[in-house]
Design a protein. Structure first.
Length: 151
């Protein structure tokens, strides 16, 4: 598996090539990889689907999303589960969604327990497509135990 610092920038450049779907689940991107990935997004993307789940990106994963969402107006589905995003992440993502004129129909933030704790039903109610909520959050309070990806 490549180290964090060697994978983020090339992936960011790859996003700019016009790809429409990217699945980078559990590639050990980490915070530094998300930071490098974010720094490479300098123009609008043609991305329709992205899965960045299980990369333990924390706050940098959330910052990446706030950069990605306005730069990917065709984005329909986003999976960012199990990235240990902090509680303010959901507010930041919602703020970006309010101004972005995108097509997002599905935002999976499951496994980000602290993120789910800050969920306000009235805040999330405005984010719907065809009468369905776009956010997928844990429904039960989960423990603060980290995600264990070992079999």
């Amino acid at each position: 598996m490549p180290s964090f610092s060697k994978v983020g920038a090339p992936l960011g450049k790859f996003l700019g090539t016009g790809i429409r779907a990217l699945d980078i689940e559990d590639i050990e991107l980490g915070p530094s990889g998300f930071l490098e990935l974010q720094e490479e997004i300098i123009e609008d993307l043609k991305l329709v689907y992205i899965n960045i789940s299980k990369n333990r990106g924390g706050n940098e994963a959330a910052k990446f999303l706030t950069t990605l969402i306005p730069r990917a107006p065709e984005l329909v589905a986003l999976n960012a589960g199990y990235n240990f995003m902090p509680s303010q992440s959901l507010l930041s993502i919602c703020s970006v969604l309010k101004v972005a004129k995108g097509k997002l129909e599905h935002v999976d933030l499951t496994g980000n327990n602290l993120c789910a704790q800050s969920a306000d039903a009235t805040m999330l109610a405005e984010f719907q497509k065809n009468g369905n909520p776009i956010f997928l959050l844990p429904t039960l309070p989960a423990s603060n135990a980290p995600y264990d990806d070992d079999p």
